[in-house]
Design a protein around this ligand. Structure first.
Ligand SMILES: Cc1ncc(COP(=O)(O)O)c(C=O)c1O
Length: 407
């Protein structure tokens, strides 16, 4: 081993931190533990049988071509199929705007790579997806958190933050938002809030990175138009993915972005992986063309809807009044706020002893706050386990209440 390995690592490598969630997940590996911790889609939602036929037909018909390199931008037919979905919604976009990535996590990484210099400011919600924060911090971003309310990132506090930064001569690189069924809170921004944030992006001349992995997983309420569509002024870069609507193991995501931004993303992607695997892109094309995409997505939505209802019903039944939680209209997560004196990490260790697990909410707060919050996943665990798990969790919380505590 060389003498100064630590000093040999790059600044980016030294900026990288282990994901707090992945560390927590290690503690939840015991099969006896009922885990609401991971962000895992239900394996029952994966179309295993359909893929069996699609893969063998594809190999028969296309042979070696499906095993070849393809363009860094992605296989054209897949890009066209994805574009068609957006165009059917009335969104104006063309091939120049669409790049396939290796999961939307790669999209987040590439966005960090092309925009962030050491010390640049990126704005995100308090709380926000940890994998997004980590991707931007790896390139040296200083994250500036803006509190959320029940409609997502507060536009009023965003303006305060933008003004504060302007006074200091700082122009943030972009505003990172997850407008639909946000990870970790499950909150969705109504159109009015989206428009307010876009207006601020225009006023302060800042880009928006709109991360949309859960948008199509809506159980109830009115679908919201994407910020990309509402802006229509090249201020928004949207990230999409098949992970929650098809299968995360495919590692297929995409960037829907302004042409000038996408050109830079393609160059950055060339040095990352040349191209997203052709094989999985071709399977995805076969899957979308078979018509199974829509039917399977509906089954997934129905399954998560039912699992969310079971979880909410158990929470209503067992949680003390002083505990509050979100009621998401889709996605995979809900978010609990405990009384302020409770520490979710302390509770986590007690919960592991009782064989139930969750993610402490503070890991999603770039300023380290949110110590009395918890993220629960409802897509993975079956109803029977969810009922037992929520009861256990409620008992643990009740045991933490102060003597005579009223809400
Ligand atoms: C908000 C958000 N963005 C991006 C990702 C990454 O998804 P993937 O790389 O599987 O597409 C996730 C995964 O959970 C997420 O919750």
């Amino acid at each position: 081993m060389i003498s100064d390995l630590k000093g040999t690592f790059s600044q980016i490598s030294n900026n990288n931190k282990r994901s707090a969630i992945r560390e927590i997940l290690k503690l939840t590996q015991n099969p006896e533990i009922i885990s609401f911790a991971g962000g895992l889609p239900a394996p029952e939602s994966f179309p295993v049988d359909a893929l069996d036929k699609i893969v063998s037909d594809m190999l028969c018909e296309e042979g070696a071509a499906v095993l070849q390199y393809d363009a860094t931008e992605g296989v054209t037919e897949l890009r066209e199929l994805l574009l068609k979905k957006y165009q059917d919604e009335g969104i104006q976009c063309s091939l120049d705007n669409m790049i396939i990535t290796t999961g939307s996590q790669q999209g987040l990484d590439l966005v960090g790579k092309i925009f962030v210099n050491q010390g640049d400011v990126v704005i995100c919600g308090l709380p926000s997806y940890l994998g997004g924060i980590g991707a931007f911090q790896a390139y040296g971003a200083t994250m500036a958190g803006v509190p959320m309310d029940e409609q997502g990132m507060s536009a009023e506090l965003l303006e305060t933050k933008l003004e504060e930064l302007k006074q200091q001569g700082i122009k943030p690189k972009f505003i990172y938002v997850i407008p639909d069924f946000q990870n970790p809170t499950g909150i969705t921004m109504p159109e009015s809030r989206r428009l307010e944030i876009i207006a601020l992006a225009h006023k302060y001349d800042v880009l928006i990175v709109e991360d949309c992995p859960y948008r199509e997983v809506r159980f109830e309420g009115k679908p919201q138009r994407m910020m990309y569509e509402l802006d229509n002024n090249d201020h928004v870069i949207t990230l999409g993915t098949f992970s929650k609507i098809f299968a995360p193991g495919f590692r297929i995501g995409w960037v829907l972005g302004p042409k000038d931004v996408n050109e830079k993303i393609v160059i950055a992607k060339q040095s990352a992986d040349l191209c997203t695997p052709t094989f999985v892109q071709k399977i995805a094309i076969g899957y979308m063309k078979s018509g199974l995409f829509e039917t399977n997505l509906q089954k997934t939505i129905d399954l998560y809807h039912q699992r969310r209802d079971v979880m909410l019903a158990e929470m209503d039944k067992h949680m003390p009044d002083c505990v509050k939680w979100t009621r998401p209209e889709g996605g995979m997560f809900l978010f609990i706020t405990l009384p302020e004196h409770m520490d979710a990490l302390d509770l986590f260790h007690k919960a592991i002893e009782k064989k139930v697990a969750f993610v402490t909410g503070n890991v999603f707060y770039c300023d380290g706050s949110g110590t009395n919050t918890i993220r629960l996943n409802f897509s993975y665990v079956n109803n029977e386990k969810a009922i037992a798990g929520i009861q256990r969790l409620a008992d643990i919380i009740k045991a933490e209440m102060l003597v005579g505590e009223t809400c």
